[in-house]
Design a protein around this ligand. Structure first.
Ligand code: NDP
Length: 590
């Protein structure tokens, strides 16, 4: 067990260059690739590429989908009119991690402004039944060295992670100045005072020297635009606003209910097994199946936990960043291959992995037609891979029906429930597992920098940042989890690095008698080019089935995405920039 606990997580676990493996002829792979392409084209044919078929405009009839079901914990308060040194927009892991680093550097005046009633971000909002994290907890939960906490399981559940977020906030005294149930509505740079003026939906006007956009990568829920949504007379909510008052804490109120769930992404995959157990009838409306692999979970071995020395998590993280050790023999084999051969071998190995996932479906799911419908026809990693041991067996339950819309999606909802292919599915409650807006910096918030320029207006000509963190014309503003930064399966790895970088930048400013820092046009331009240079090396965007990993099939500017170098390269750039601050930033003094 201890060995397993040390094992780094590798979701893309195959060595394409290994020799001596029995493989089917190349025709077999080409045939599967054709099927991948036709399934992708089918989906793109049904909908406009991009996110136009989603809405996150939760006004009017849709306002109910944005209501915080846990918000009653927030008390009324007087509007604030004061000044802080560092203000975080959002109170999830981005804010918690960066604040911890700032505390280490002696920064006292830190305020988190958070829409929810507590810290936690995604773990505050997502409390749907079965919620858990697919990233190994010893890697995902940050600051374990600092807090001395050891996760109770290999994969932590949502509740444990949410409690841990609160523990961090307590530990670093982040509740002192925090305000909850509060949404930042505007963040405007005041050239005269060289401070940010931050306004909220509670009437607050707060001045801040530094602002950190810590609003999360997937925080604004979205609904599919489906005709007749507003005509549905039953109960409905989004997975990130789970209504336990309706369902009951243990879903006991669903025992006589017909439940429908729209979407089969990572949230749905975790909620569906619980719904299957609790509901009288469950209808799962699927557009594209997720890939479902084994979830290798276990309780943390106390003997292993007792062996952990201070600094164990940092050491583990350093090993993960370094990546798997590749032997000289493997390196030599890879170097000897042509680019075409490498790509073909990678694709074949990927298809092997996907067919293993198909085989598991055949083994587990009893009804052959349902098994066929649950098979994902795209390369692994085109969509976020899922890991679950109860999801597939749920479809063997007599009360559970998979409604396979074969790429089309639900397009019509009537008074009594969704309709597909001329069949009406009457349900009492409809749950939208339709995801979130992706990596939007100024979510709920207008950010206006020097010269009155709105950040969205600047980005409309192409995203421009340094490291995805700084944008020229927005002094003392830092962006976390945005585009042009590295993006990892373990998001907290990225946030951790960004938090350290931001804390170092703020410390630099404070230690050197500087008032503000702004990246130079040249530094920003160099980074934009670096992002462009690392994008589009493969046809993955074009070849993949639509999903948020490939911008839902939309063609976008080469700079409008994540930095596709390695994590090690990203960290290298960060270090180089911090070692040569004057080459990348201009400073003001007061
Ligand atoms: P996603 O955006 O991944 O999923 C949305 C789902 O809605 C997709 O299955 C989509 O189908 C479907 N959909 C949209 N419109 C329709 C329609 N008209 N009819 C039927 N289906 C429709 O959102 P999630 O909330 O599931 O996950 C978001 C992200 O959050 C994950 O990718 C992951 O990064 C993170 N997460 C991680 C978890 C973990 O660690 N286990 C758990 C939960 C979330 P289609 O695929 O065809 O677009």
């Amino acid at each position: 067990m201890a060995d397993n606990q040390e094992k780094p997580q590798n979701v893309f676990d195959f060595d394409y260059s290994r020799d001596g493996r029995e493989r089917p002829p190349q025709d077999y792979y080409e045939h599967i690739k054709e099927k991948f392409a036709s399934e992708r084209d089918l989906r793109l044919g049904y909908r406009p590429p991009g996110t136009d078929h989603y809405t996150s405009d939760f006004t009017g009839d849709f306002a109910k989908y944005a209501v915080d079901p846990y918000g009653h914990e927030v008390e009324d308060r007087e509007a604030l009119n004061d000044e802080v040194e560092v203000l975080f927009i959002g109170g999830g892991f981005s804010a918690l991690l960066t604040s911890a680093r700032l505390r280490e550097k002696g920064v006292e005046s830190i305020r988190i402004v958070e829409r929810g009633a507590d810290v936690g971000g995604t773990w505050y909002w997502n409390r749907y039944p079965g919620v858990a994290c697919d990233v190994v907890a010893y890697d995902y939960l940050p600051l374990l060295d600092e807090t001395g906490y050891v996760p109770t399981r290999h994969y932590a559940g949502g509740e444990e992670i949410y409690e841990y977020c609160k523990m961090i906030a307590d530990r670093f005294n982040l509740y002192d100045l925090a305000v909850f149930g509060t949404t930042v509505t505007s963040t405007v740079w005041d050239a005269e005072s060289e401070l940010w003026n931050v306004e909220t939906d509670r009437g607050d006007t707060i001045k801040a020297r530094f602002v950190v956009c810590a609003n999360g990568t997937l925080s604004k829920p979205r609904l599919a635009k489906i005709d007749g949504v507003e005509n549905f007379s039953g109960y409905s909510f989004h997975t990130s606003r789970w209504d336990y008052e309706y369902t009951g804490a243990q879903l006991e109120n669903l025992k006589d209910k017909r439940v429908g769930i729209i979407g089969t992404g990572a949230s749905a995959v975790q909620a569906i097994p619980e719904l299957g157990k609790a509901a009288k009838e469950l209808y799962v409306f699927q557009r594209t199946p997720s890939s479902i692999d084994v979830r290798d979970d276990w309780e943390t071995d106390p003997e292993w936990a007792a062996t952990l020395e201070p600094g164990w998590q940092a050491a583990r993280r350093a090993r993960a960043i370094e990546g798997p050790q590749i032997s000289d023999a493997v390196k030599a084999r890879r170097q000897a291959m042509s680019r075409e051969e490498k790509v073909q071998r990678q694709e074949n190995a990927n298809i092997d992995a996907m067919m293993r996932i198909h085989n598991r479906i055949d083994e587990v799911v009893e009804d052959p037609a349902t098994a066929e419908s649950l098979k994902p026809w795209y390369m692994l990693m085109c969509k976020r891979p899922c890991f679950h041991n109860e999801y597939l067996p749920t479809f063997n339950r007599p009360n559970v029906t998979l409604v396979d819309t074969e790429g089309q999606g639900i397009t019509q909802i009537n008074e009594t429930g969704p309709e597909f292919d001329g069949v009406q599915y009457d349900v009492d409650v409809l749950i939208y597992a339709t995801g979130f807006e992706v990596q939007q910096t100024g979510i709920y918030n207008q950010i206006v920098g020097e010269d009155g320029l709105d950040l969205n207006a600047k980005y409309s000509n192409g995203i421009r940042t340094l490291l995805g963190i700084h944008s020229q014309g927005y002094p003392n503003l830092f962006i976390m989890g945005g585009y042009q930064a590295f993006f990892a399966f373990n998001l907290t790895d990225v946030l951790n690095s960004q938090g350290e970088h931001i804390a170092d930048c703020i410390d630099f400013v404070r230690q050197n008698g500087i008032h503000s820092l702004d990246c130079t046009h040249d530094a920003e331009e160099q980074w934009v080019q670096e992002v462009i240079d690392h994008r589009g090396k493969t046809n993955r965007n074009r070849d993949c089935t639509p999903g948020y990993y490939n911008f839902e099939g939309a063609d976008n500017r080469r700079q409008d995405g994540n930095y596709n170098g390695t994590m090690k390269q990203y960290l290298g750039h960060m270090s180089e920039i911090r070692e040569n601050m004057a080459d990348h930033f201009v400073f003001t003094h007061r």
